[in-house]
Write a protein that binds this ligand. Structure first.
Ligand code: FMN
Length: 214
């Protein structure tokens, strides 16, 4: 009887564990971003617009790499400063990347997606019909622990502006790349924070959908 039980345990370890492990999210090492080229700035500004109808096809790794670098990547490695300004260089904005296979956190220094939550949680980033099928939803979360006087009006305004400049980087990159995008205030921030088990001083600010337009 004991032997039978041990055998079952061993077989479970051999056959079931690898299947479960396969469901675990792994970090995504992004290819080096292509930081030259693209449309001239005035052409990108002319094309900037909100799009609300997307193809479901995923974005290639190189496009994801370029997108996140454009959004809030490090453009001056010697100082660690970024493609978007931030109040007092707090760099308090984290970008969560919500895709069909799971939710990741963009780590700018390593230029990598770190796994946060397996499964398709795109629908948790907003109720508009295109949100759950578009390949990428970015969620901007401010880590207020990196700010000063987190509850003050000044800091609230600064955090909003810090999100806005990242959002516009994504709009301009999308216009240059032939992608569609729309920024969305209509995300249930507390529900998303609960799903991701965020700390109380991590505040969901805004979401932005990105994908190939229909
Ligand atoms: C702070 C903010 C929140 C927004 N929230 C939403 C939203 O929840 N859903 C949506 O479809 N568009 C949203 N938008 C996009 C605006 O509706 C859009 O920018 C506006 O209609 C102008 O269109 P354009 O971006 O094509 O110039 C938001 C824009 C901003 C700046």
């Amino acid at each position: 009887m004991r032997h039978k039980f041990a055998l079952i345990l061993i077989l479970t370890a051999i056959f079931v564990c690898p299947i479960l492990a396969g469901q675990e999210l792994k970090p995504i090492e992004l290819p080096k971003p292509q930081v030259t080229g693209g449309k001239p700035l005035m052409d990108a500004l002319r094309g900037r617009q909100s799009i609300r109808s997307f193809q479901s096809r995923p974005l290639p790794a190189q496009v994801l790499s370029n997108l996140l670098w454009a959004a809030f990547g490090i453009n001056r490695p010697e100082s660690g400063k970024r493609t978007a300004p931030s109040a007092r260089n707090w760099q308090e904005m984290d970008i969560y990347v919500v895709m069909a296979d799971g939710t990741y956190l963009y780590e700018a220094k390593a230029h990598r997606f770190d796994p946060i939550l397996a499964g398709d949680h795109r629908g948790a980033t907003g109720g508009q019909d295109f949100v759950k099928d578009a390949p990428v939803n970015l969620v901007l979360v401010a880590d207020l622990a990196k700010t000063v006087d987190a509850s003050s009006e000044g800091t609230r305004v600064s955090v909003g502006v810090d999100a806005g400049v990242i959002v516009q980087n994504v709009y301009l990159f999308s216009a240059s790349e032939g992608l569609g995008t729309v920024v969305r205030g209509s995300i249930d921030g507390p529900a998303f924070a609960k799903l991701l088990k965020l700390r109380p001083d991590q505040k969901v600010i805004i979401a932005q959908t990105v994908g190939y337009p229909n």
